[in-house]
Design a protein around this ligand. Structure first.
Ligand code: FES
Length: 145
C-alpha cells in the first residue's frame, strides 16, 4: 500500500488554485517551525461575504501542498465565516487520510485559511472573535519538538 492516498497524490501532482491574487482582500501566511515549510493563502471576498477566489503558494512537502490545494477547494464559493470552521481534520478526511506523521502538515492549511480571513476582517474593519483566530503567524506545530 502506498504511503499516500490517491487523492493526496492527485492534489500534490495537480494542485488546484495555485498562484497569487494581486491586491487580495485577505492574505494569510503561516510557517511550520517543525520543518520550515511556508504556506500563503490569498482570498477575494464579494460584497455579500462569499469567497469568490482563492489561491495558494506553498513551499513544503507533498502533504502540505495537497492539504492547501484541498483547503482552497473546500472554501471557494463559501461564506467567509464558514471558512473559519474549516478544520485540519476535515481537510485530512477529504484527502482520504494522511500518514500520522504528516497530519501536522494539514494544520498549516487550516491556520493559513484562518490567517487570510483574519487579514480580510482587519482590512475591512470587521470585528471578530479573537479566540477563534490565531494571533501568531505560526501554526500550532510551533513549539513542538
Ligand atoms: Fe513541513 Fe509537511 S513536513 S509541512
Amino acid at each position: 500500500m502506498s504511503l499516500y492516498s490517491e487523492k493526496v497524490m492527485d492534489h500534490f501532482t495537480n494542485p488546484r488554485n495555485v498562484g497569487k491574487i494581486e491586491n487580495a482582500d485577505g492574505v494569510g501566511e503561516v510557517g511550520n517551525a517543525r520543518c520550515g515549510d511556508i504556506m500563503k493563502i490569498y482570498i477575494n471576498v464579494s460584497d455579500s461575504g462569499i469567497i469568490e477566489d482563492v489561491k495558494f503558494n506553498t513551499f513544503g512537502c507533498a502533504s502540505a501542498i495537497a492539504s492547501s490545494s484541498m483547503a482552497t477547494e473546500m472554501i471557494k464559493g463559501k461564506p467567509v465565516n464558514e471558512a473559519l470552521e474549516l478544520t485540519n481534520k476535515a481537510v485530512v478526511e477529504a484527502l482520504d487520510g494522511l500518514p500520522p506523521v504528516k497530519v501536522h502538515c494539514s494544520v498549516l492549511a487550516e491556520e493559513a485559511v484562518k490567517a487570510a480571513v483574519k487579514d480580510y476582517y482587519n482590512k475591512k474593519g470587521i470585528a471578530y472573535d479573537h479566540s477563534v483566530l490565531p494571533e501568531s503567524s505560526c501554526c500550532s506545530c510551533c513549539g513542538e519538538k
